[in-house]
Design a protein around this ligand. Sequence first.
Ligand code: XMP
Length: 429
Amino acid sequence: MKQDMILILDLGSEENTVLAREIRDMGVYTEIHAHDISKDELGALPNVKGIILNGGKNRIVDGREIDAGDCVYSCGLPILSLNHKGSAPLDSEPALRKKTLSDFVFGKCGAEANWNTDNFISDQIELIRKQVGDKKVLLALSGGVDSSVVAALLIKAIGTQLTCVHVNHGLLRKGEPEQVVKVFRDELGANLVYVDAQERFLGKLAGVADPEKKRKIIGAEFIRVFEEEARKLEGIEFLAQGTIYPDIIESGTKTVKTVKSHHNVGGLPEDLKFELVEPLKMLFKDEVRKCGKALGLPDSMVYRQPFPGPGLGVRCLGAITRDRLEAVRESDAILREEFDKNGLAGKVWQYFTLIPDVKSVGVRDGKRADEWPVVIRAVNTVDAMTATVENVPFELLSKITNRIVNEVKGVNRVLFDLTPKPTGTIEWE
Ligand code: XMP
């Protein structure tokens, strides 16, 4: 193992992640675990140099004050206890807090500042090989940042013991399924099963206008397709997932209630229960991106803007039709190309097009033509709870409008959504 670790035990502080990042900023790797970590779990963690008990407001759970178990107090490692009252003076004096943490980490624990992406990757490769042995692993590879980085890491660790399944549900952006095949099968030599399920998804979605029903159908069908593929493969014992640390926090910890349930491939039937491999589960998004870069993934994959799981399905408003879905995909590709060319791609948090289920009259080739409008959305946000609208230069908007009405079949108008969140949400449905 290349890197030392400081273990943070969650004793009800709301600041576990702040503390974890403070210590990682000093160059020392941290992991946050539940207060009731068992002796075996503790013993299995590599290179732990010290433990911080991070207490706080949520220390009372179900009317009882929680504490770490005996195995923690008797393990012989240096322990620093930060409770809410005790750490208050530290919080109000950043310099003192920094010194206290650094004295503990480097002085008492003797940890080395050896946390960096390369060391993380080589440690994870060692851990994955130890966990998996010569067994086979399955991964649902969507092409999003997290699953792509997991795939790249596992290919490096276990090569063709990994099988990636990429389900093309027909709701991906232009060029995405092709990029997944090119990068993972052609360039990285992955064992990749590409499933063209476009017809199947569009069939299930035909005539369904309610957004929640659409989301449910897409989610359920995805699990069904993935399950069918998993059953065709033999001897798989592990399921890899691109879970990252914010997913775990949002799903709730032992001291903090659930914000929203985290669902990736959680809905597989009992007889397909695999052991999980989740090498990114202690990383924050920016750290995941750094890993992706170090593993050689292209920038267009590593710095991809957020994209909803149900994909273009929620941007082709109301009941999805093939022609309107194609128009969303084509207009979105034009918007992305122009944002890229004009330096906005790396600057704007999320930008896309959508098409409502409505037509308006226009003129094409001298004749009256009823066609759809395309709506452009370009927003900035920190946490997606609120959002502001990007001030896109008028000339660029005019150019994009011109291209869309001339290049995209069935579209005669382009609108720019000026509404911040609230009152508008980022997506339209
Ligand atoms: P809203 O529209 O609620 O979106 O302002 C906030 C962020 O969430 C994304 N989004 C989704 N992501 N499944 C997802 O994985 C969904 O059903 C979904 N709906 C919205 C949206 O793109 C934005 O980044």
